[in-house]
Design a protein around this ligand. Structure first.
Ligand code: COA
Length: 180
């Protein structure tokens, strides 16, 4: 069985999803403003969310974002197993947050911990992040976490084509900035 990895930030615990998280996940995954920006079809039922937990969200290095105190799952965040470029090891971070928690710096806090985990524990050489051009909030999270813009490409999802900006952060660059 895979190791159960649990990470922590000031306000959240990042732990593997469990099937009982279905109702919490459905609360934000049914929202178009979350699903469209994240590139998945809005969930239509708790069962849809449970299916996502058993498929996409059971992958390694994928975490439920749990609010400390309440124990509620308020987001998803983790690595998508997409490597780009000619790095020996790289992976891409993806995330989504319940709208009731937007604008408080929570995802920036979570992504910073995923970066630490990616470089220190997984020993990745490079970490990627991307956002649709029409998603300035995600752009800001990426900028605040220190990523550098690399390129723009067109990606397809259930709603059609999206111009998508890709950013990278190198381990050496991150360490040079005083981390690790
Ligand atoms: C993207 C998302 C995770 C951000 O989470 P969050 O916890 O609210 O992010 P933070 O509070 O850490 O940072 C958001 C930043 O975006 C800024 N922002 C928010 N909406 C904005 C807008 N319409 N235009 C410009 N900036 C905006 C905020 O002001 C903040 O920047 P600041 O700290 O400089 O003020 C959240 O909006 C979300 O889940 N969106 C839907 C799913 C999604 O987009 N997933 C990512 C796919 S790439």
């Amino acid at each position: 069985m895979a190791e159960r990895i649990v990470l922590e930030t000031a306000r959240t615990i990042l732990r593997p999803f469990q099937i009982t998280d279905g109702a919490d996940l459905y609360e934000f995954s049914r929202e178009r403003r979350v699903a469209d920006a994240a590139g998945w079809a809005p969930h239509k039922s708790v069962e849809d969310s449970q299916k996502m937990i058993l498929s996409v969200f059971s992958a390694p290095h994928t975490f439920a974002v749990v609010e400390k105190g309440s124990g509620k799952v308020i987001g998803s965040a983790g690595f998508t197993a997409q490597s780009r470029g000619s790095f020996a090891s790289s992976d891409e971070i993806g995330y989504a947050l319940h709208p009731d928690w937007w604008g408080r710096g929570i995802m920036t806090e979570v992504v910073r911990e995923l970066i630490r985990y990616g470089f220190m524990d997984r020993e990745l050489e490079a970490i990627w992040c991307s956002h649709y051009v029409e998603n300035p909030a995600s752009c800001r999270v990426i900028e605040k976490c220190g990523f550098s813009y690399v390129t723009e490409e067109t990606l397809m999802d259930h709603t059609g084509e999206h111009r998508t900006r890709f950013y990278v952060l190198l381990r050496q660059q991150w360490k040079g900035a005083g981390h690790g």
